[in-house]
Design a protein around this ligand. Structure first.
Ligand code: IMP
Ligand code: MG
Length: 191
């Protein structure tokens, strides 16, 4: 993929410190809820969830296995909501407790598709942990069991989230200026 260069810097929406505090709280909730779990299969959606997942799992004290999906979706006219699996899991999840870890729930199509697939494959339990919940943008219902922050309908970058593959390494969540951010109908989207 060609990476374009743009010069605008995002403004801080959620600071590094607030991220650290909230991630620690989410890890405590997970530790409490899964205290008796023999093995928790934690599944991230590439690539956006990686920074969040690493920080979260370093504070999770129950035994975990780690795996990843990669998806792409096309936000356009006829294919709206159609999500493709570009990389499937390596692990089998039948009868396993599964925690899906995602950077952001926007329209909800990606998570809806993955949650349905995990249940179809016979996971014992499936819960969702999402750092950001863009609730006003939701088109399909996705219950979030562990939710970091609710944000407005703005395009955000940083802490794993990208715009055209840039900004993932920012240590905070930032908002792009309106004239820089992609519009709501922005074509092929990868996580
Ligand atoms: P969905 O619309 O809930 O299916 O979200 C699909 C994917 O779009 C997410 O996993 C993100 O990778 C990406 N995405 C949605 N909103 C944003 C945003 O504000 N910034 C960066 N990526 C986003
Ligand atoms: Mg992305």
């Amino acid at each position: 993929m060609k990476i374009q260069s743009t010069a605008t810097s995002p403004t801080v929406l959620i600071s590094r410190q607030r991220l650290e505090e909230r991630v620690a709280e989410l890890a405590q909730e997970i530790n409490r809820d899964y205290a008796d779990t023999e093995l928790l299969v934690c599944i991230g959606v590439l690539k956006g969830s990686v920074f969040f997942m690493v920080d979260l799992l370093k504070q999770v004290e129950v035994p975990v296995a780690v795996d990843f999906f990669q998806t792409s979706s096309y936000v356009g006219t006829s294919a709206r909501g159609e999500v493709r699996i570009r990389k499937d899991l390596d692990l089998f999840i039948r009868d396993r407790d599964v925690l899906l870890v995602e950077d952001i729930v926007d329209t909800g199509y990606t998570l809806r598709t993955i949650l349905d697939l995990l249940r179809f494959r016979g996971a014992k339990s499936v819960k969702l942990c999402a750092l950001l919940d863009k609730i006003e943008a939701r088109e399909v219902d996705v219950p979030i069991d562990y939710s970091g922050f609710q944000i407005g309908n703005v395009f955000v970058v940083g802490y794993g989230l990208d715009f055209d593959e840039r900004y993932r390494n920012l240590p905070f969540i930032g908002a792009l200026a309106d004239d820089t951010a992609p519009g709501p109908e922005s074509g092929n989207r990868q996580s």
